[in-house]
Design a binder for this molecule. Structure first.
Ligand SMILES: Cc1ncc(COP(=O)(O)O)c(C=O)c1O
Length: 366
């Protein structure tokens, strides 16, 4: 079976360096908020080009902590997309704020600034763009919208490690950005992990307190925080894996170019590549078709795994059925949720497997 991800395929040198990193932590005798987390935070800031990184337990916490650190309060509104991991919206809900859902651009499946504009209200305090599938969202347009209305821009970078717009990395455009290091992400650990990046020292300081029970100094708790710390073990592993991230991203880009130029099937729409290759890091490779179930079962029959990101838009999830949405509705999101299908794309995929996927895609429905 050609899988969506196969972690067992990884380079032996990398496996050995991660084992050595784990041993390093064991022998250090320091397991929480120590040297490895601090070193990873510095290395991640440098890699992204951000001023500050705060390591936390997972990507969802990074968003919740960041929202609280920038002052989002119960009753505030945060505009985002219905086509995302539920964690994006759950982070907003957990702060007591109200998510408001704008529609997506059908070409990219990312938040459409025109729809965002229709969702604005006096209660709008932030816009959270999700750089979905690894592609940077419309940062210039959304930044302009935010500066007109005294609204904060927030980036959900869980899928877009290393994407850049006009040479500037995602994660450096907004008040803060949330990153996930869930194992399947472009940079993943061997468990849960996350971080937020920001250009503002006060936000980083607030986030450092919030991740650690709201503690300022030992036993001093000026705010109600949470327990959301990145483990030393995960940080040590991330430091080793980070050394490979550029090479992995290049491989993902090559795979995406091959799929895009060679999948030729009139029944399938392939989400186009951006004109600037740096804008996309191809976390997922997504196509759409009105006969998704049939395509998925054909691929399975050919020994190819595929998944849907995401088959149920957020406003159809039980806890979100009453959230405010674009007054014009969310037709592009509805359609995308019904038609999208993700094909395997990960750095360890072999050229022969890529050819098998292309061949299966081109043989379907002929
Ligand atoms: C777009 C997006 N946001 C947030 C998250 C949450 O990250 P985590 O699973 O690390 O909490 C994910 C992960 O699935 C994601 O894909």
């Amino acid at each position: 079976m050609i899988l969506m991800n196969d972690f067992k395929r990884e380079d032996e040198t990398l496996i050995q360096s991660q084992i050595a990193a784990v041993e390093r932590v064991f022998r250090s005798g320091w397991y929480i908020l120590g040297h490895e987390v601090k070193a990873f935070e510095e290395e991640w800031s440098e890699w992204v080009g951000a001023s500050e990184t705060v390591g936390v337990a997972n990507g969802m916490d990074a968003l919740e902590i960041g929202l609280r650190a920038i002052g989002i309060r119960p009753g505030d509104e945060v505009i985002t997309t219905p086509i995302t991991a539920f964690a994006t919206v759950l982070a907003i809900l957990r702060t007591g704020a109200h998510p408001v859902l704008a529609d997506i651009d059908p070409e990219t499946a990312i938040l459409d600034p025109k729809s965002v504009e229709r969702c604005l209200s006096p209660k709008t305090k932030a816009i959270m763009v999700v750089h979905l599938y690894g592609q940077a969202g419309p940062l210039k347009e959304l930044s302009a919208l935010c500066s007109k209305g005294n609204i904060q821009l927030i980036e959900d970078c869980a899928q877009a490690h290393g994407a850049k717009v006009a040479g500037k990395s995602v994660g450096t455009w907004g008040a803060f950005a949330g990153w996930s290091f869930y194992p399947t992400k472009n940079l993943g650990c061997i468990g849960d992990g996350g971080a937020l990046t920001t250009e503002t020292p006060q936000i980083a300081e607030a986030a450092r307190k919030l991740r650690n029970y709201g503690q300022s100094d030992r036993y001093q708790h000026p705010v109600l925080g949470m327990n959301s710390r990145l483990d030393e073990l995960q940080a040590a592993i991330l430091r080793e894996r980070l050394k490979y991230l550029t090479e992995w991203t290049n491989r993902r880009r090559m795979l995406a170019i091959t799929y895009t130029s060679e999948i030729r099937n009139p029944s399938v729409f392939v989400l186009p590549l951006p004109t600037d290759k740096d804008e996309h890091v191809h976390h997922l490779f997504v196509v759409s078709t009105s006969r998704r179930e049939a395509l998925q079962s054909h691929l399975k029959h050919c020994g190819i795994e595929s998944l849907c990101h995401y088959p149920i838009p957020v406003h159809h999830q039980d806890p979100c059925k009453t959230v405010r949405i674009d007054p014009n509705g969310l037709p592009n999101s509805e359609r995308h949720a019904n038609e999208c299908l993700s094909l395997p794309i990960y750095p360890g995929l072999t050229d022969s497997e890529v050819s098998q996927v292309i061949d299966a895609m081109n043989r379907w429905n002929r």
